[in-house]
Design a binder for this molecule. Structure first.
Ligand SMILES: [Fe+2]
Ligand SMILES: [Fe+2]
Length: 272
């Protein structure tokens, strides 16, 4: 069912001279979060327990996310042969837990859950597009291109199921916006910051949310271009049921781009 396999990546084309050292910590952190996809599938299977079509799709989805983690982890070990992907992930898993015992979505409805998933896939599709375009290293370029294509498909998967539940649950535009903005705000929660810590800092160093968020975000935000924000904004608008192209979407993309620049400078100051 996968659209590509790890052994199809041209690993022998890896070129250490073309590795941008700024990208390595980002790839290590991303590998942790992606590899954790199986836990999220357990949660989704509980929330959508009586929906076998979605549960099956969620299991395939998780397999692809795990493959993202494994591909990024393997690349990071080529770029930094001292790094141990499995050991770093074991630390992450031991310290970061999703609410696996949930009986219903933490978003208040299944429509809300699926909108939150659309926000995550919007973020990941933009992120891997940005990293893939920025890197000159051919293997990472290929991996990011493959992953970004998966993330765009994941958006569509969750979007299509969301439309089905929206007809049933009738979540208002305000309710949809609230979930979407809430999930976007969570990008600065522990999931990524702790992944940065486990992927990049020695076990004896204490985890500090503020420092790790700043180190991760100041690096990550530098790779975005306006086109990534513009396309992402269109996807956010589509997911909440607003016109993805038009004046409000354009204005929001420009505002988000300015906000991103401002936040990046602020994170860089904290990181320094
Ligand atoms: Fe992914
Ligand atoms: Fe995804």
């Amino acid at each position: 069912m996968k659209h590509w396999r790890i052994d199809e990546v041209a690993w022998d084309r890896f070129d250490p001279a073309k590795v941008d050292p700024e990208l390595i910590p980002l790839v290590k952190a991303a590998a942790m979060v992606e590899r954790n996809g199986t836990d999220y599938a357990i949660y989704l299977n509980r929330v959508f327990a009586d929906d076998p079509a979605f549960s099956q799709a969620a299991d395939y989805w998780a397999e692809e996310e795990v493959q993202h983690g494994d591909a990024l982890g393997r690349w990071a070990m080529l770029a930094d042969p001292t790094w141990d992907y499995q050991a770093a992930f074991a630390r992450y898993r031991a310290g970061f837990k999703l609410p696996l015992d949930a009986e219903a979505s933490v978003r208040g409805s299944r429509t809300g859950e699926l909108i939150a998933r659309c926000m995550v896939e919007t973020g990941t599709s933009s992120y891997y597009s940005a990293l893939g375009e920025a890197t000159q290293e051919p293997v990472l370029k290929q991996i990011c291109k493959n992953i970004a294509a998966d993330e765009f498909r994941h958006f569509k998967l969750f979007y299509d199921h969301m439309r089905r539940y929206l007809r049933r649950e009738n979540l208002s535009l305000f309710g949809r916006l609230r979930v979407a903005l809430g999930r976007i705000g969570e990008s600065e929660d522990d999931e990524l910051a702790y992944a940065y810590h486990c992927g990049n800092e020695p076990p004896e160093q204490d985890y500090q949310h503020k420092r790790c968020t700043a180190l991760y975000m100041s690096r990550a935000m530098a790779f975005y271009r306006f086109r990534h924000v513009e396309r992402g904004m269109g996807m956010i608008f589509k997911a909440v049921g607003l016109p993805p192209r038009g004046r409000i979407s354009d204005f929001s993309a420009k505002a988000a781009w300015r906000l991103l620049q401002w936040r990046r400078r602020r994170f860089a100051r904290v990181a320094a």
